[in-house]
Design a protein around this ligand. Structure first.
Ligand code: ADP
Length: 395
């Protein structure tokens, strides 16, 4: 079956058409600047990238262009829309309502709508994408795959904050966690690679991209994760602060005469390694600046690495051990300094690194020596394939 995977943001839309039998992408693409001017970048498998500047006022207009590109006689990959058997939608926040993927019905749409409070930047865009697809492909089954679902197995002691319980009772303020589709995909693959029994395994998945999170996966289930009510908690990220003393917010607001919205914007967009270095959120820029002797760039990288290593340590404690650690996403798959830096803290686990393997980029590879007590791997993530698999499984 051919599955269209849609990942809708507020002004962008990423898509892949995946053949579920071969698990290969037939085409991948992106609509950018929706509601502004509009650009479609479409790449058929094995073909040339097509870039089309085209007005797209709404997400529905963008999806129309995507469907046109997929069926175009020059760069299309299917002859008609009839070939699309299902659509899988990434949905960021499923609150406590969704512990797994689900067929999208009117009831489900309402439930996703109710989660908008928890993810005001993401869920409304996801809903727009789903509604636009339903309007254009009314008879095609659609599935919602939630970033939060995998973490719904966390025990109460992991997901509750030390706050008055009325806030959980009234507003469901708790840790939800994100990147669940990626953590689940990578954990499963790591179990295969390490020959671990799914029901007797302890894995730590480090999803290190611009947004970054680490998850403790015990017996195939998420038991703790570093992101929280929102994706701001946890690791120091590209531009997000991660964990800070909450009192800092009031302190900055008073000293700098900022509103609460401005303070939160600083924590989301101006902090992390970007804020610490004053240079960039991209680790390639930090590496270049460090090589030129920039101390702040070095400090930002050190801080990122140190925080990640501390999270790993805390999850070793939470699981009373660890069998395997997996690195994934932009940094986890590509950045030898970040991986090497984190691994340099893991000697107490009996981890020894094969330097030559760590010098590779973007491929599945074992980083630890054969006699390391804990295996460490690079496992490239593929959230779109994971969404396509879930979609096929459900319909
Ligand atoms: P997100 O999906 O959260 O926006 P990504 O997973 O794409 O983020 O990761 C972005 C990060 O990955 C950037 O900091 C970038 O420096 C790093 N990265 C991506 N490609 C490479 C590469 N080839 N070498 C080193 N770092 C890379």
């Amino acid at each position: 079956m051919k599955v269209l995977v849609i990942n809708c943001g507020s002004s962008s839309l990423k898509y892949q058409l995946i053949d579920s039998e071969t698990e290969k992408a037939l085409a991948i693409g992106l609509c950018e600047r929706i509601g502004i001017d509009g650009r479609l970048v479409h790449t058929p498998a094995g073909g040339e990238k097509v870039v089309k500047e085209a007005a797209m006022d709404t997400h529905e207009a963008a999806i129309k262009l995507v469907l046109e590109a997929l069926t175009n006689k020059d760069h299309g990959v299917i002859s008609s829309l009839e070939e699309i058997g299902a659509v899988g939608h990434r949905v960021v926040h499923g609150g406590e309502k969704f512990a797994s993927s689900t067929m999208i019905t009117d009831e489900v749409l309402n439930a996703i709508e109710e989660c908008c409070d928890l993810a005001p930047l993401h869920n409304p865009a996801n809903l727009i994408g789903i509604r636009a697809c339903k309007a254009l492909m009314p008879n095609v089954p659609m599935v919602g795959v939630f970033d939060t679902a995998f973490h719904q197995t966390m025990p109460e002691k992991a997901y509750l904050y030390g706050l008055p319980s009325e806030y959980y009772d009234k507003y469901r303020i708790r840790k939800y966690g994100f990147h669940g589709t990626s953590h689940s995909f990578v954990a499963k693959r790591t179990m295969e690679l390490c020959n671990l029994d799914p029901n007797n395994s302890k894995i730590i998945v480090c999803h290190l991209g611009n947004g970054a999170s680490i998850t403790a996966v015990k017996n195939g289930k998420s038991i703790d994760t570093s992101m929280g009510l929102t994706p701001l908690e946890g690791l120091t990220m590209g531009t997000r602060s991660g964990d800070i003393d909450p009192a800092i917010i009031e302190f900055i607001m008073k000293k700098e005469n900022k509103s609460i919205d401005e303070a939160i914007e600083i924590l989301n967009k101006k902090s992390g390694v970007y804020g610490v270095s004053g240079i960039s959120s991209d680790f390639r820029d930090l590496e270049a600046a460090t090589a030129d002797g920039d101390e702040k760039a070095r400090t930002a990288t050190d801080l990122f690495v140190y925080r990640a290593a501390k999270y790993i340590g805390s999850y070793v404690t939470a699981m009373n051990g660890v069998d395997a650690i997996a690195f994934t996403a932009g940094l986890g798959e590509n950045d030898k300094n970040v991986r090497g830096g984190i691994m340099s803290y893991l000697g107490y686990l009996g981890v020894e690194m094969v330097v030559e393997n760590n010098n590779t980029r973007g491929k599945e590879i074992k980083l630890s020596t054969d006699d390391s007590k804990v295996q460490v791997w690079v496992v490239p993530t593929n959230e779109e394939l994971a969404i396509a698999r879930e979609t096929v499984a459900l319909i």
